[in-house]
Every structure is written in structure tokens, then in C-alpha cells.
Design a protein around this ligand. Structure first.
Ligand code: SF4
Ligand code: SF4
Ligand code: SF4
Length: 316
């Protein structure tokens, strides 16, 4: 599909020009910039009521397709969902109270989206710089230089980036971009945080959110697990979670404190430093793209609204 949408040679030359700085040895791991300036969002799962207003707001903000199942519908909780090319964020339901002091509640809800890692593996894995980290800390995507290799999807430890397998001519990698353009310079909340009726989502500077989270833990040790998920996981993430039960019980993956980006960066630098000609890499990628396209065509059903087919294809 990518070979159809772009003239491969023209694309190869153009992409080489765009990525030349990286091929010549520029740091592959994203610059963290001034972390004090980074924005973040605190998710307090003890306050989430599973209303899915955040999903709806995200859908509208990003002009995503209207879902088959209405946002007011709770039956979606019957199975755990992952973000997809048509839903950048989803809320999942887990059996059991959100915290020990909320025994009357039968379920816990947790929102999922890109966590905007401080050292993002997706950025590190992308050899053409289609994914970048802004000075605010948002990890954003430029489809104009994306070659469709989907290394970012493999590299992301949270399995977040999704691919528009059902778009024939110009498929993109899709994920939450932290409403980066919307928020930039306006002080406005991301759409999901603005829509949350219970303040389960709090947008602000990451450093302030960490202080807020620890303050809540100190004030209510009976409610919260004494751990802010995302403070150190994979080197730290912009999205932070407070939970009243172990994080892994509400869909948050156990992660090391180091970022996998260091590995992908080392591989990337090794390739270019030791002289594998970039065009040979691109040629191999072209073959991979063609092969993946064939496999995707064979395995994907035409309508992947629910995202399940996308997931199936991604995990082949
Ligand atoms: S969660 Fe995945 S997609 Fe998001 S910034 Fe981190 S590595 Fe990239
Ligand atoms: S920050 Fe924006 S793009 Fe990301 S989940 Fe929230 S509404 Fe969606
Ligand atoms: S809008 Fe807030 S309370 Fe409602 S599901 Fe999303 S995070 Fe939970």
C-alpha cells in the first residue's frame, strides 16, 4: 500500500534527505528538553466512574469515526480493549473495588492511552523522525515522513501505536498526541481531561502532578497504593496513575525503570555507524512493507471499527 501511495524512489530520496541528520549520527533517543516544562496528566483510578466521557471527547477532538457502539453503552466493558486507530483512548473495567475504602463499589475503571514516555521508544525506533517529542513533552507524529515500517509499534512497551490497516492509499500510525496542537500556547486541557466530570483526570505540569499525587497518598494511605505509576516506569512517563489496588490489577503493565529506547538507539546507531548503506536498509524495509501488506490483506477483515482486527494484525 505504501509503495502505491508514494513513488518509492522519490520517497527514498526525500526521506533520506529528511533523515540525514539522524543517519549521520544525531541522537536517536528523543531529547528530554527541560523536564520542568513538561506537561502531564494524572489519572486517579479511585475517582473514575467509567462514564466514557473522555473517550467521547477524544473522538470528537480528533475527528475520529463515530463508533458502532454508543459512548453511553456500558456493554463495551465486557472485554478489555486497547487503543486503536479509531479510538486513541479507551476505558476498561476491572472487577473489584477501586480501593479498600470504597468497598461499596463493585468495579474499578482505568483509562488507557499513549503515556508520552520521557524517553520514548517509539521515537527512538523511528529511523526517519516521524515521531518526535515536543519541548512540552508530547510525543507527536508526522505522517508526511512516515515510511510505514511500523517499528514504533514494535518498540512501544505499552503496545499503543495503531495502524490504519483499512486505509488503502495513505495509512497512518495513530495514537494519542496529547492534543498537542490544541493545548499549545492556550493553557487548555486536553479534551479528555476537560470532559472528565469527576476530576479523575488532572492536566498540568508533570512535576506538579507528581507532588499532587504524593500528597494524596500521604493524606489517604487507606485509599492509595504508595506508588505513582509512571514516575519511574520505563524512565518516567508524562501520564501518571494513582491506584487504590496494585497497578497490574487494573491493566497497567509491570515495567522496568529503564527505557527500552536505549536498546533501540544502540541498534540504530550501530547500523549507521558501521556502514550499512541506508538504501540497503530502505530496500529491506520496502520488502518488509510489501510482505506485511500481503499478510495484512490476507488477515484483516474490511471493517475494523472495534480495533480488534487491528490488534490481530499488529500481533501477527
Ligand atoms: S507509550 Fe509508546 S507510543 Fe507512547 S510515547 Fe511511550 S513508546 Fe511512544
Ligand atoms: S490527550 Fe487528547 S488525544 Fe490524548 S487521549 Fe486525551 S483527548 Fe485523546
Ligand atoms: S471521563 Fe473521567 S470519570 Fe468518566 S470514564 Fe473518563 S476518566 Fe473516568
Amino acid at each position: 500500500m505504501l509503495l502505491n501511495r508514494r513513488n518509492f524512489l522519490g520517497w527514498g530520496l526525500g526521506t533520506l534527505a529528511v533523515s540525514a541528520p539522524r543517519l549521520l549520527g544525531q541522537e536517536a533517543t528523543a531529547s528530554n528538553g527541560d523536564e520542568a516544562q513538561h506537561v502531564g496528566c494524572l489519572v486517579d483510578t479511585t475517582l473514575c466512574i467509567g462514564c466514557r466521557k473522555c473517550e467521547e471527547a477524544c473522538n470528537r477532538r480528533n475527528k475520529l469515526p463515530h463508533p458502532d457502539i454508543a459512548f453511553t453503552e456500558q456493554t463495551v466493558f465486557r472485554q478489555e480493549r486497547r487503543p486503536s486507530a479509531k479510538a486513541f483512548t479507551v476505558v476498561n473495567e476491572y472487577t473489584g473495588a477501586p480501593s479498600p475504602d470504597q468497598e461499596w463499589m463493585k468495579e474499578t475503571y482505568a483509562k488507557v492511552q499513549c503515556l508520552h514516555c520521557l524517553i520514548p521508544s517509539c521515537v527512538s525506533a523511528c529511523i526517519v523522525g516521524a515521531l518526535t517529542k515536543t519541548k512540552d513533552g508530547a510525543v507527536v507524529y508526522n505522517p508526511d515522513v512516515c515510511l510505514g515500517c511500523r517499528y514504533c509499534m514494535v518498540a512501544c512497551p505499552f503496545q499503543i501505536p495503531a495502524y490504519e490497516y483499512d486505509v488503502v492509499l495513505t495509512p497512518r500510525v495513530r495514537k494519542c498526541e496529547f492534543c498537542a496542537n490544541f493545548v499549545k500556547g492556550t493553557g487548555a486541557d486536553p479534551a479528555c481531561a476537560a470532559a472528565c466530570p469527576t476530576e479523575a483526570l488532572v492536566f498540568g505540569q508533570r512535576s506538579s502532578l507528581l507532588t499532587l499525587a504524593k500528597d494524596r497518598i500521604n493524606r489517604r494511605p487507606d485509599r492509595y497504593v504508595a506508588h505513582v505509576y509512571g514516575e519511574h516506569e520505563v524512565g518516567g512517563t508524562a501520564w501518571l496513575y494513582l491506584t487504590g489496588r496494585p497497578a497490574t490489577e487494573v491493566g497497567l503493565l509491570a515495567m522496568p525503570t529503564f527505557s527500552p529506547a536505549h536498546s533501540t538507539e544502540a541498534i540504530q546507531h550501530g547500523i549507521f555507524r558501521y556502514g550499512i548503506i541506508p538504501f540497503a536498509v530502505y530496500g529491506a524495509l520496502g520488502g518488509l512493507m510489501w510482505y506485511n501488506h500481503r499478510r495484512t490483506q490476507q488477515s484483516c477483515k474490511p471493517d475494523s471499527e472495534s480495533g480488534q482486527q487491528v490488534q490481530e494484525a499488529r500481533h501477527e
